[in-house]
Design a protein. Sequence first.
Length: 486
Amino acid sequence: MQPIHVIGGGLAGSEAAWQIANRGIPVMLHEMRPNRATEAHKTGLLAELVCSNSFRSDDREHNAVGLLHEEMRRLGSLVMRAGAANQVPAGGALAVDRDGFSQAVTQALICHPLVDIARGEITALPPASWDSVIIATGPLTSPPLTAAIRAVTGEEELAFFDAIAPIVDRESIDMSVAWFQSRYDNSGPGGTGADYINCPLDRRLYEAFIDALLAGDRVSFHEWETSTPYFDGCLPIEVMAERGRETLRFGPMKPVGLTDPHRQAVKPHAVVQLRQDNRLGTLFNMVGFQTKLRHAEQVRIFRMIPGLQHAEFARLGGLHRNTFINSPKLLDGTLRLKAMPRLRFAGQITGCEGYVESAAIGLLAGRFAAAERHGEAPDLPPLSSAHGALLAHITGGHMAVIDAGPRSFQPMNINFGLFPPLETSPDRRRDGERLHGAAKGMAKRRALTSRALHDLNAWAGGGAPAEAARTAPSPEAAPSPEPHPQ
């Protein structure tokens, strides 16, 4: 049987290789390190963690990433197995000893009889003889391969300063203050004339908001980010504010063409607009609010905006060097490149954010590629599962913008806003008492996660036993991985 080639030995590539090999198919895993280093990696180990050592919350009942952990365990994830074997205390989060984790993943793949690891940089598109390839090279894809991907996809740019605006859970917006309306009631292509949520500010609050933006604590650029251009000229909102106190009022916060139905006689001094971000209508992004503010500052400052006092953020803003493709346009439902179906993409390069999300997409890419090699049609995970919701976001969950604006598709962590709504949302306790506030939100999350695990089990035929996925690779069974600096 011809091998499936996986390019990139990060979390996504390692997970994809594991899933393929465990389905009886040989894998050639290509990793350029340590022959060619990156600006962020320090070792030649597979699945090296370059930033945090946390996989975030492990609460499978109330947290979307915790649910994703549990789904991956049930699907036989190597990443989750190695994570459990190298867990360190972190409260309700799953945090790992970073060196032990990477060593465990490396050992498991070295020891697998169907996995070969090739050390060396891939500088061009794979040859035609490689009939099934998964590209999982992450945000630090090497420049030659980036250029090759850009050429075959027709994308003008893949590496850029990615200006990300915050995304708000629709249910957390106070519509007794905010309202739906497009500027001048303009419907635009596919619009209705009421396509934005509008949050009004008077002069006093606008001035206080500008003061907070200018004084807010910001994240610094890494040295290796400084030569990367801004994407589409998108400036951070605090940089716009520095250009003059009225700049935002004549930019993304201009109040023209809008009438507050709650106070029709009062003209807003400025307006913050939020635009629908997914087809489900559960998430709205803050238009023009890309920012380099630290996350805690964003929550504090943006909750000053009327209507967003209790906002729950599915994603906070950011500005950093990134590499990802326009997946909804370029990939099919099984992560294949439409222009060259022998190529699949997985991990952060597809537009997911975070360690666990990248590994989960690698898991799916591996399963899809293995099914094809066995002559079977890939079976998509249910939309109600965390895997299905994340895949839908990547391959088509975003809307096209209804007006001239920046590219809509942006990297995203898993969150409940990506899940299809419940048919019936729980609103009472078992004893019949009505639920309110946080208790109602917790009950809704439990219902979402219960539905997800039920549907995932049906899809996977019961899946891999959870306990098996928590078992560590045996360190005695493998040779020691290559040495690396501490």
